[in-house]
Design a protein around this ligand. Structure first.
Ligand code: AMP
Length: 615
């Protein structure tokens, strides 16, 4: 298997030669690992299975120490999180025997995918941090092929940690990025011009989202002339930073002018780290003030950070809804999606990072995990839903193909076998094979299976939405009103975005229903939605209050007529539970009689509900 590149660094002075040498090593590694993709995959699987020969899960299915693909595919089932839940709960409750993995589970990564309204728990092991670091180390050498000089400036990245919880058995449970930023791989990373950020690590590691954002912006503004690239993980996070700046620029300018930090920033380690950077700079304060107080914020990114060459954020999948806002704020700087990853596993990178967002394809890096692909077919172009088999029958199981065998243009659900104890696990992402790098396929990210609504990292599926709406609509019965039809829409025209529900009612006397009844309905929907949604509302403030728009009677008949006129079949027509197509949203909006917002935040606490009751 091609060996991962050993990155050279010289802590005193990272000289040009070393940068070039490292870049070449990384590019050679990518060449090798993609040219030999099938053999690398064979070795990855064999390595995973030989290490895990003793684990209970594999023994349960009678793998019996075999490490070859054929036997593995024959005896090991293709599973979802629900299938693994009992095993994962045993680990969470403190069972340290080798249930899924022979190595000790070091922590749980809390995925933004949910199960029964709670975040999924992904077991991980210490060495996975190395694998994640490897994927990160590939990004900038690839980028540098297209944009030289990135080693001469800094990156202004808005990075955040989230709160963590402990499982009843004492394992930490936290999001994968929180785990990574708190690890020595990030905190004690070697001196490298490509990980030279404007934000000191203390500002990233501060749990208070206001203090973290404020101090990162302050440092970014103060070093504005050094910044050559800006970014965040997802587009939504970057736009949040710009909105924060719109609200707080005068306070930030005051700090830049005087070389002090606002008293609201109370975390001593943040204050100390920022004070190492900040000096009084009245000229810069005047400049920032003048730019921010101009009426328009069009192009604010290039105005304040004039050397910026691109914005590094994920704008694929549901994040594409933020592209117009990013174009506006940046005067259409390139939007670069560098990688595709999840709590389960880091998957791949974009080898053509300056391509347009609609053309982004990710090359899966064959030594990250063992990958398989389940073919899927698109059911309904209008609603974008995917027909997906739930439990696979034997025939469907045989349809799974290996990495090098995917067919161009075909959609697949990604299935992974990881070093950390997932075997033939359905990730839930739908990918379309769009090309090849040597023997390794490249994929467009199409969508997350079943997800209907998403603003930030929340992923609400149709069933969750249905239950939440049902809970709320029950409250109308006492007013002799009932819900006839509904659909939903993620409104990101303002920041933060919010969920909108369009409701058509059957009601005897609408004057009997006070606005507060509908506001309570909004709140009940929010209370019924999953923990990632509620965290976005309460803690991150990345999602605004949910809105119900009551529409005139007959609106959903018009919606059906519209769908039929666009070619939907009358026999198969079902009301879409989420709409994205602009003419449909326009139609619905033109029929709104009244609208209501949730009056308060729903409840949210870190960790699973049942852990709180056990403690
Ligand atoms: P999490 O489990 O919370 O880490 O979320 C991982 C999920 O985020 C993936 O399974 C995808 O659905 C989504 N995701 C990650 N990277 C990308 C990307 N580059 N483009 C689109 N969606 C992504």
């Amino acid at each position: 298997m091609p060996e991962a590149p050993k990155i050279l660094s010289d802590s005193a002075d990272f000289i040009n030669g070393i940068v070039v040498e490292n870049n070449n090593k990384v590019l050679k590694f990518i060449e090798d690992v993609t040219a030999d993709a099938d053999e690398v995959q064979r070795q990855v699987l064999s390595e995973i299975l030989s290490r895990s020969a003793n684990v209970e899960y594999l023994q349960r299915y009678g793998l019996d120490g075999c490490t070859d693909r054929e036997t593995f595919k024959k005896v090991i089932p293709v599973v979802t999180y629900e299938d693994l839940k009992p095993d994962i709960e045993r680990i969470a409750n403190g069972d340290t025997s080798p249930i899924l993995c022979s190595q000790p589970i070091s922590e749980f990564l809390t995925s933004s995918g949910t199960s029964a309204g709670e975040r999924k728990l992904m077991p991980t092991i210490e060495e996975e941090l190395g694998r994640r670091s490897l994927l990160y180390s590939l990004l900038m050498p690839v980028m540098s092929q297209f944009l030289p000089g990135l080693d001469k400036g800094k990156g202004m990245y808005f990075l955040f940690v989230k709160s963590e919880a402990k499982t009843p058995g004492g394992l930490v449970a936290r999001p994968v990025l929180t785990s990574y930023y708190k690890s020595s791989h990030f905190k004690n990373r070697p001196n490298d011009p490509y990980t030279n950020y404007t934000s000191p690590k203390e500002t990233i590691l501060c749990l208070d989202s206001y203090q973290s954002m404020y101090s990162q912006l302050l440092c970014g503004l103060f070093q504005n002339e050094d910044v050559v690239r800006v970014g965040a993980v997802f587009a939504s996070g970057f736009i949040r930073a710009i909105q924060f700046l719109e609200k707080h620029w005068s306070l930030l300018c005051k700090d830049i002018r005087t070389g002090t930090i606002d008293s609201k920033i109370t975390d001593p380690s943040v204050r100390e780290a920022v004070m190492k950077i900040l000096k009084p700079n009245p000229k810069l304060a005047d400049f920032v003030e003048a730019e921010c107080s101009k009426g328009s914020w069009k192009g604010i990114i290039t105005r304040l950070w004039p050397e910026t060459k691109y914005i590094d954020v994920i704008v694929t999948g549901t994040m594409s809804q933020y592209i117009p806002a990013l174009d506006y704020y940046s005067n259409a700087l390139p939007l670069v999606c560098t990688m595709y990853a999840s709590s389960e596993c880091y998957f791949g990178i974009n080898l053509n990072p300056l391509c347009s967002p609609s053309e982004v394809s990710y090359t899966l890096i064959p030594n990250m995990a063992y990958f398989e692909f389940l073919p899927v077919t698109r059911k309904d172009e209008l609603t974008g839903s995917i027909s997906e088999p739930t439990a696979l029958n034997d025939k469907e199981k045989q349809q799974l193909v290996d990495l090098v065998d995917v067919k161009l243009g075909q959609d697949y659900e990604l299935v992974v076998t990881t070093y950390a104890g997932l075997y033939r696990y359905r990730v839930g992402d739908i990918l379309r094979a769009s090309g090849f790098k040597n023997k390794a396929p490249q994929f467009n990210f199409i969508c997350r299976k079943n997800v209907v609504l998403s603003i930030d990292s929340d992923k609400t599926d149709e069933v969750e939405l249905q239950n939440a709406v049902k809970n709320a609509a029950n409250q109308l019965l006492q007013y002799e009103a009932s819900l006839v039809e509904y659909t939903s829409y993620a409104d990101t025209s303002a920041i933060p975005g919010h969920y909108v529900l369009f409701w058509e009612l059957s009601v005897k006397d609408s004057t009997l229903i006070a606005p507060s009844v509908f506001e309570d309905c909004c709140f009940t929907v929010e209370e019924s939605l999953n923990s990632v949604y509620r965290q976005g509302r309460v803690c991150d403030k990345s999602i605004g209050p949910l809105e119900i728009r009551v529409v005139e009677n007959g609106t959903f008949d018009m919606l059906m007529d519209f769908a039929l006129s666009q070619g939907s079949s009358i026999n198969q027509y079902k009301t879409p539970r989420c709409v994205k197509y602009a003419p449909i949203i326009e139609l619905l909006n033109s029929r709104v009689i009244s609208s209501y917002f949730s009056p308060k935040c729903p409840r949210w606490t870190a960790g699973h509900k049942q852990w709180c009751t056990q403690n």
